[in-house]
Design a protein around this ligand. Structure first.
Ligand SMILES: Cc1cc2nc3c(=O)[nH]c(=O)nc-3n(C[C@H](O)[C@H](O)[C@H](O)COP(=O)(O)O)c2cc1C
Length: 377
């Protein structure tokens, strides 16, 4: 029987599956239920210092598609498969004062489970940076095992918050350093996927002392427009703003982001998120080098905290370890990252017999050397 546990940023998780920061983790009752259901860890819904006010309408909807029409729409109808979630929900509408006694209570009830506090503040001034420190100090005194810095919320108007921080290596650096100054527990940076080269933001995070990178948050997106009413499928008074796409549709997008980072930093810690509903999805992230993975959309659709999802993930990992015991694989660490180096430049992929391709360049001098490289792959 393989060992489902992992050690990630120095913390021992009973299994490598976490609920990500989102509605499934928005309250102490949900988090307790999640631990009872078997999740190895939970990241709280992002906690800020000031109350937020959400839009006057639904905050999350699910897009579905069907083989008959190929339409992608939020309209519910029989015979559909889930395509994605779309949301424009802000961070927790509960303040830090609401959260702190609850973090204490959760940790008292589940001392062996890992509770990560997701936190967020502005970053435009020293006062704002002190807010990060205030959040961090409060949460760690209450018993949080690690921090996840939300540098990735896609719905912020402020230029010094959420994904706007995650797009700016300078801001990533000052925020991470500010939290590291007071943190006695590991600090994870959750980066936005909406940049051109996420390895650059990962570099800034690690240089500032981050213990791990988490990705992806949702991808910037709009709901479809209804062909009858000509209104966006989600709107308030006819208006919409950019929201975030999660669920099955983002799995391949998020894997590509993760691969860029794990190749650039093969010795660092990564937690993968995006489109995970069963073990085969999680496995792709492990094979690219992630030590843990996180789930949101699939859990939202399964009794709010994913009891069946975590059961399938744990069973899938146990069966995978069983099936591969003869290779000496007893835990995630034994196969983590073994497909990381299979992602190569396009010109390194073999061409049909007799055809050559030089990555868009003229045939280089010394082409024989390149042929040798290709043969090695
Ligand atoms: C309704 C909703 C609210 C979310 N709120 C947060 C949040 O407060 N903080 C955060 O870091 N990510 C938040 N997320 C992003 C998720 O944690 C996760 O990164 C994303 O949904 C991708 O995972 P998935 O494909 O499993 O849904 C939210 C996602 C959804 C759908």
């Amino acid at each position: 029987m393989g060992d489902l546990s992992v050690t990630f940023t120095g913390l021992r998780f009973e299994n490598p599956f976490l609920l990500s920061s989102a509605p499934p983790t928005e309250s102490d009752s949900n988090i307790m239920r999640a631990f009872d259901a078997g999740w190895g860890g939970v990241v709280t819904k992002t906690i800020g210092l000031h109350p937020v006010t959400n839009v006057a309408g639904p905050k999350t909807k699910f897009l579905r598609t069907d083989p008959e029409t190929a339409r992608i729409t939020m309209q519910t109808r029989p015979g559909t498969a889930l395509h994605s979630s779309w949301n424009w929900e802000l961070i927790s509408d509960k303040t830090i004062d609401w959260w702190l006694p609850r973090i204490e209570r959760i940790k008292r009830a589940h001392p062996d489970r890992i509770l990560v506090a997701s936190i967020m503040a502005g970053s435009g001034s020293d006062t704002e940076l002190r807010h990060w420190q205030e959040l961090a100090t409060g949460c760690q005194e209450a018993g949080a095992d690690a921090f996840e810095l939300n540098l990735s919320c896609p719905h912020m108007d402020r230029q010094d918050m959420g994904s706007n921080v995650g797009k700016d290596a300078g801001l990533i650096s000052v925020v991470t350093q500010a939290v590291k100054e007071v943190a006695k527990v590991p600090v994870w940076c959750k980066l936005t996927p909406s940049t051109t080269d996420i390895a650059a933001e990962a570099r800034a995070s690690f240089a500032a002392g981050a213990d791990a990178i988490v990705s992806s948050n949702t991808f910037p997106s709009l709901p479809p427009i209804d062909p009858q009413t000509l209104e966006f499928e989600v709107h308030v008074d006819g208006l919409v703003s950019s929201g975030g796409l999660g669920g099955p549709a983002i799995l391949p997008l998020s894997l590509a982001k993760m691969s860029q980072m794990t190749q650039a930093f093969p010795d660092k810690a990564f937690s993968g998120i995006g489109g995970i509903a069963d073990f085969s999805h999680a496995l792709s992230y492990f094979l690219l080098g992630c030590g843990t993975v996180q789930v949101c959309t699939a859990a939202m659709l399964d009794h709010a905290i994913g009891p069946n999802v975590i059961k399938k993930l744990n069973e899938g990992l146990a069966a995978f370890l069983d099936a591969n015991a003869s290779r000496g694989w007893n835990s995630v660490e034994d196969f983590r990252g073994i497909r990381r180096d299979r992602v190569v430049q396009h010109s390194k992929i073999r061409r049909p017999e007799g055809k050559e391709y030089f990555g868009g360049q003229e045939a280089p001098e010394g082409y024989a050397a390149m042929e040798g490289d290709a043969a090695k792959l």
